[in-house]
Design a binder for this molecule. Structure first.
Ligand SMILES: Cc1cc2nc3c(=O)[nH]c(=O)nc-3n(C[C@H](O)[C@H](O)[C@H](O)COP(=O)(O)O)c2cc1C
Length: 170
């Protein structure tokens, strides 16, 4: 399967990235193709709400930025892993911009999604989970799993093993 991971962290060597690497190792070990897009460091603007995509643009966005790299990967994806640090109880702004920009194409091809969150504190995931489940219902997609690690757990071997095992289970 083609697995696309969107890392919303602006820290390419941060807590989220380390867990993504473990996930990738597990999934690649089973022969899956894993593309990790570091959207947290890309230049991706928020949706302008201009509706160009649904009018003249015919499904393309008027903004010419790094979404040009993301859209083709999404179009080919079988599984989508949304990965993000929790920023003020939400996704990072960078990842939220990407999610808003799904609007132009309707939805990613992937009908199987998963969520990986890291945070400083525990129990800070409710808003993101609500958004995630809302999107899945809207696009009729399935959740394969939700993985959440606070500051005490995100850097542990146990956490890495958990996400690696998840990758290997796909
Ligand atoms: C701007 C900002 C906002 C944050 N907001 C929260 C928060 O609301 N709740 C929380 O538990 N941790 C919060 N954190 C901590 C990060 O979620 C946590 O350190 C995360 O693991 C960082 O991931 P990264 O290393 O992949 O960037 C925040 C960090 C930053 C920089």
């Amino acid at each position: 399967m083609k697995i696309v991971v969107l890392n919303g962290s602006p820290r390419p060597k941060g807590n989220t990235a380390a867990l993504i690497e473990a996930f990738k190792e597990g999934a690649e070990g089973k022969g899956h193709q894993v593309s990790v897009l570091q959207v947290g460091t890309m230049k991706i603007g928020g949706c302008k709400g201009c509706e160009y995509c649904h009018t003249k643009g015919g499904g393309t966005c008027i903004q010419k930025d790094d979404m040009a790299e993301v859209y083709p990967a999404l179009a080919e994806s079988d599984v989508l892993l949304l990965a993000s640090p929790v920023y003020y109880h939400g996704l990072t702004g960078q990842l939220q911009s990407v999610v808003s920009r799904f609007y132009a194409v309707g939805a990613p091809a992937a009908k199987k999604w998963a969520l990986l969150l890291t945070s400083g504190s525990p129990n800070v995931y409710a808003a993101i989970e609500t958004q995630y489940r809302g999107i899945l219902g809207f696009i009729q997609a399935e959740s394969l799993g939700i993985f959440e690690y606070d500051g005490k757990r995100s850097g542990t071997e146990e956490a890495a093993n958990e996400v690696k095992a998840f990758g290997a289970s796909l």
